[in-house]
Design a protein around this ligand. Structure first.
Ligand SMILES: *Cc1c(COP(=O)(O)O)cnc(C)c1O
Length: 407
């Protein structure tokens, strides 16, 4: 035998293995990632890419941030799981630090974002029925058009995206949908049975849709006036991405419940939480809600370190400064392949001129140029690099985008 077949895994073979054995609930770009460090990932062929998606903002601190990896590895060497049948020595410190970061006094730990949303819904309903005095099973929650809150049957039931809904009903009642960015519509939707308004301060999956100044503040005032809870889904917008710890901070708004996830797990483990005050989260009695993995010591150790990183303020500041720079670079492409640019912190939604192809076409072209981005809703690209990125890498990436936008 003169030649031996390469033992290296190949992109094609691995993609084929995936498509044979993994349900097709995603349509990934054709890259197979093997390793990553900070803002760069490397595929199985050894090619490097700049990550401008950050796992939908779960990687705000970059891939394998040394402080996060260290606490995770240390914790794996000590204790990983107890279940909440027993206490563990990590949950209390994590919950105290996270509550303080939010200016609240109570945390309910879960794992995924959708679970945090479900938990927020249950908390709001129980609060309405037990505290506000809404008749049992009559509580209503107001949500916005274009929302994305996750993928459970209840949550997709109040989505207006047909792709996420069709075929998955019957759905949970009790939700009222109003147009996003429309204060009067929320006011009209509120009645004696309204438990909460559930809203993304910035719609991420919707294409980084940033409401006009004053919107969130007006929603906050309405909720206060009518004794309705404001639930902010900050799962994607929070934890530094929008240039502030929470996107609500941009307007000085404090919701009754924060829904957190994604970056809370440091890109290492799924960690989510609902954070609020005792008047609301205190409605849960033992046995009424739970999760086998929620609040596990590994998650709590990583989550505590995430809170410590955010306490420095460094990431929020980077998001602000680099976001201004990114915005100015992207504005230069307006009329040259982009029809609209929306930026909040280090987070951009850009609409691709159809003469340059679809968002997916541009994402594939960028992939060939060593840049990872993801399209959403046809013509939109979402740009959300790790908050650790350097200005020079941003400039390079936008230059590649300029080239990829050539019709
Ligand atoms: C991603 C996301 C969710 C769902 O989080 P999962 O961890 O995927 O369940 C909910 N709300 C918003 C705003 C999100 O971006």
């Amino acid at each position: 035998m003169s030649t031996t077949p390469s033992p290296e895994p190949t992109t094609t073979r691995l993609i084929q293995a995936e498509s044979e054995h993994v349900a097709r609930n995603y349509d990934p770009l054709p890259v197979v990632v093997a390793t990553a460090e900070d803002v760069w990932v490397t595929d199985v062929e050894g090619r490097r890419y700049l990550d401008l998606l950050s796992a939908y903002s779960a990687l705000n601190f970059g891939h394998r941030h040394p402080d996060l990896v260290k606490v995770a590895v240390d914790q794996i060497g000590r204790l990983t799981l107890t279940s909440r049948a027993f206490h563990n020595d990590r949950l209390g410190p994590f919950a105290a630090a996270l509550a303080e970061l939010c200016g609240k006094d109570m945390v309910l730990p879960m794992n995924t974002g959708a679970e945090a949303v479900e938990t927020g819904i249950k908390a709001a309903r129980a609060w309405a029925h037990r505290v506000k005095g809404v008749p049992d099973e009559a509580a209503q929650i107001v949500v916005a058009e274009g929302n994305f809150h996750g993928r459970t049957t209840t949550i997709v039931g109040f989505s207006d995206d047909p792709v996420t809904r069709e075929g998955f009903g019957p759905f949970t009642p009790g939700f009222v949908t109003v147009p996003y960015q429309d204060v009067a519509a929320i006011e009209a939707a509120i009645n004696d049975h309204t438990a909460a308004v559930l809203i993304e301060p910035i719609q991420g999956e919707g294409g980084v849709i940033i409401p006009p100044p004053g919107y969130l503040r007006a929603v906050r005032e309405l909720c206060t006036e009518h004794n309705v809870l404001l639930i902010a889904d900050e799962i994607q917008s929070g934890l530094g991405r929008a240039g502030t710890t929470f996107a609500c901070d941009r307007e000085g708004v404090v919701p009754d419940l924060y829904l957190l996830g994604k970056a809370l797990g440091g890109g290492i483990v799924p960690v989510s939480a609902v954070v609020g005050n005792r008047e609301v989260l205190g409605v849960f009695r033992p046995g009424e809600h739970g999760s086998t993995f929620g609040g596990n010591p590994l998650a709590a150790a990583v989550g505590l370190q995430v809170v410590k990183l955010l306490q420095t303020g460094e990431y929020q500041e980077r998001a602000t400064t680099l976001g201004h720079y990114l915005g100015s670079l992207l504005d230069g492409l307006l009329g040259h392949g982009l029809t609209e640019v929306r930026v909040a912190g280090l987070w951009a939604g850009v609409d691709v001129d159809p003469s340059c192809g679809t968002g997916r076409d541009v994402a594939e072209s960028l992939l060939a140029r060593g840049v990872l981005v993801k399209d959403t809703h046809g013509q939109t690209l979402r740009i959300a690099p790790p908050l650790t990125i350097e200005a020079a890498d941003l400039a390079w990436a936008v230059d590649e985008l300029r080239l990829a936008l050539k019709p």
